[in-house]
Design a protein around this ligand. Sequence first.
Ligand code: GDP
Length: 425
Amino acid sequence: MGNCVIVGINWGDEGKGRMVDLLTEDYDIVVRYQGGGNAGHTVINEKGKFALHLLPSGIFREGVVNILGNGVALDPENLLCEIADVESKGVRITPENLKISDRASLLLPWHRRLDGLEEARLADKKYGSTKQGIAPFYSDKYQKKTVLAGELFYPEKLRSHLTDLLEWKNLTLTRVYGDEAVTGEELMSWVGRFAEKIKPFVCDTTDYLEKASASGKKILFEAQLGTLRDIDFGIYPYTTSSNTLAAYAPIGAGIPFAKIDEVIGVVKAYSTCVGEGPFVGEMTGAEADALTEAGAEYGAKTGRPRRVAPIDLVATRYGVKMQGATAIALTKLDVLSYMDEIPVCIRYRVKGKETGSFPFPDALDGAEAVIGYAEGWKCDISGARKWTDLPAAARSYVEMIENAIGCPIKYVSVGPERDSIIIRD
Ligand code: GDP
């Protein structure tokens, strides 16, 4: 195994955190390369149950170095809360096992505020933002209007940089949204209370990664969300504001010259989606409630019930292609055990025509799912640890997906715990 990226193939929440937690055994370094505290990875291991938002999921493994790359939305306030929470359950976090890129931009206090103000302005046309400031943050980053973590080492310049940004941002807060201005004192107090406290973790992570890579250390790149939330190739504008694709991993991680050997795409055995936007095949009523309940489909960050649908072979095939996936981890197969027969979205019907190709986002509005049914297995499979432990109907379901998406399903997850996994040869 060389360098590997773990990505979500669909809308996110596929169980990437659980897979990173499992696979870190074979890796030395785990790097988060995009996104911020707007989604969550749930990890259950011998240390407890954790909802990680920003911390890489390798944080629980002794000897694994975790890195927040330049591509992440570095929210010091959220990060410090998360560090305190994880440490309270007995996991030590030090500059030895957590490093933050000096080139990561800081999510500033006004980003969260602007996110809420804009969603309120949009009212019933809102995007369904988690209001963690991610869209305003990335907009500012690409306008070159935020500060880098490394600037914390240049306090005089940082103060004058922040003063300039404050002046500029207050124009938007007061004149566009009619909100209150942020004062210089509030901003500098925020720097002292939060940003200064992450300083011990900030370093030149590109230099660290280059040397580690040259000495043969193996890197696991961890994505947030999934293909359909990618800013360029997702269901725009119901996307996130960064690139969730594996191709972005070396850049966002801070080692653009790294070679990627493997891309493990995580797919859930059915579909879920949080927030607004088209969701072909969406279940409603009692059918939806039963699946939401069986899969405990409530957002790790927001607690919102997730929208649910049958596995979408059209979107999943697209996700596999765009991610360049070399293997798939299929998660939550155990959740489907209650169904007599399992609905599967095998094609879309767009303007009366059936298609197996994922269309341009606007064409999804009127698209309908063409549903087929797979045989259910109706027994508890959470104890299965070998392929042959699974009933024939469950194996057929996995093989049917594998054939439809054209990528080997190497891992089948049958429970949230670290060892609830079948690894196929
Ligand atoms: P991520 O953001 O992709 O890491 O996904 P989330 O953590 O938001 O959502 C995945 C949820 O499913 C978490 O609550 C996991 O503990 C849980 N989970 C992961 N794999 C399995 C599985 O195979 N079976 C069951 N029942 N739960 C799982």
